[in-house]
Design a protein around this ligand. Structure first.
Ligand code: CA
Length: 402
């Protein structure tokens, strides 16, 4: 840090933001290690998946640490369904590519990682691992400049100071109907103006559950449904038509993530908005999903689709096509913070997904939690992602540090 502090003093008050950044680029800071942390937190009460097919007994996360010779550490998160593989991708494949590099040269390092993985890195776990590293690099840069990440991200619509962002409660995973109604009623009582429930149990049962939820929450609360790819296009259209009278705001992931034609057919057949993209990767994947007219609302996951560097570009593509940006967020507090920084600068940002299902990695991993108040969530304003992890909690949930 000494070299950096001396340079900043030399710069004095006369340096503007760009000059400061250029100045920082000159610093001979080097990456000394890149590590992956697999965390797992058991749940007191297991939660159902989007259908009866899955039950969650714990919540997991893969965090990334980028270490430097300046005693600064950047933190990121990987969103993946294969944590074992992501650990190897981070610590065995990308780590050697990054050792000795200047961590502030983020765009070049993104390219080095992306093209370093070749055809194997176009989609899937390699991009997920890259995403976590990219987020850690942005956290590090924010810590170097002592500024929040939202101030550093390239954007045509960056506010001077972001107002708290509108958020919806994401929950309603499979449970007996009475439990689902009690859960969603709780979100409305909490102050949420929008709620999302899972569907995918079959058209008849979904139709009954959606009707019951609408009747319970009344007409003033926005209701979204999420099938997690559980239907064919024709089934999704049948469900959509059946529940149109219940004023469903959006229908999320109606069909398989790879079925772009199915998405388009569903969107052209229904009056409600179609959302999707949590399983899509990079600007090239979103160029197809958005450019082919599959969705009204794009839902990139910053921890999966290529990190903050790539999400900025995806947000631009969405805005160019008049597609709303509503990020997918189902993770620890690290990924939650990264998603907030990006949402603050996305030109067509509409609403933030706030996962309200139990997750100690969201509520207990950092010294200060991020919470929703009056259906809004604030963007952290500390340096970097603005998250300070609790070492005791980290040790408690650690499966392995690779
Ligand atoms: Ca979803």
């Amino acid at each position: 840090m000494v070299a950096l502090i001396r340079r900043r003093q030399a710069c004095g008050n006369g340096c503007g933001g760009e000059a400061q950044r250029a100045n920082d680029q000159l610093i001979t800071m080097r990456i000394t290690d890149v590590r992956a942390l697999w965390l797992s937190a058991p749940l007191e009460q297991p939660i159902g998946g989007s259908s009866r097919k899955k039950t969650w007994f714990n919540r997991q996360a893969v965090l990334v640490e980028v270490h430097t010779d300046e005693d600064l550490v950047g933190i990121g998160e990987v969103f993946t369904t294969v944590p074992e593989v992501a650990l190897v991708a981070v610590s065995k494949f990308y780590q050697p590519l990054l050792l000795g590099e200047n961590p502030l040269d983020i765009e070049r390092l993104w390219e080095k990682m992306y093209f370093g993985a070749g055809y194997s890195g176009v989609k899937g776990v390699m991009i997920e691992a890259l995403s976590g590293i990219d987020i850690a690099l942005w956290d590090l840069r924010g810590k170097v400049e002592n500024r929040p990440v939202w101030q550093l991200l390239p954007s045509s619509s960056r506010p001077l100071s972001p107002a708290p962002l509108p958020a919806y409660a994401a929950g309603g995973f499979w449970a007996p109907l009475a439990d689902t109604l009690a859960e969603i009623t709780g979100y409305v009582a909490h102050g949420f103006a929008s709620v999302k429930m899972k569907v995918g149990l079959g058209i008849e049962e979904d139709g009954q559950r959606i009707a019951a939820v609408r009747q319970t929450i009344g007409n003033d609360v926005k209701l979204m449904i999420d099938a997690n790819c559980g239907y064919t296009a024709d089934q999704a259209i049948a469900l959509g038509k059946r529940v149109e009278e219940h004023n469903v705001y959006w229908f999320e992931e109606p069909v398989l993530v790879e079925d772009w034609d199915g998405y388009k057919k569903v969107r052209e057949s229904l009056s409600m908005k179609i959302a999707g993209g949590e399983g899509e990767y990079t600007r090239w994947g979103f160029r197809e999903l958005i450019g082919r007219g599959c969705v009204d609302i794009a839902q990139p996951d910053v921890m999966r689709c290529g990190g903050l560097t790539e999400s900025v570009k995806i947000a631009q593509i969405a805005a160019q096509h008049n597609v709303a940006y509503a990020p997918h967020v189902f993770c620890s507090i690290v990924g939650l913070a990264a998603s907030l920084h990006l949402a603050a600068v996305a030109p067509s940002f509409e609403i933030f997904e706030f996962d309200m299902t139990p997750n100690p990695l969201r509520t207990h991993l950092a010294k200060t939690p991020i919470e929703v108040k009056d259906s809004r969530v604030s963007v952290p304003n500390g340096a970097g992602l603005g998250i300070e992890l609790d070492d005791d909690a980290l040790a408690r949930y650690m499966v392995v540090r690779a």
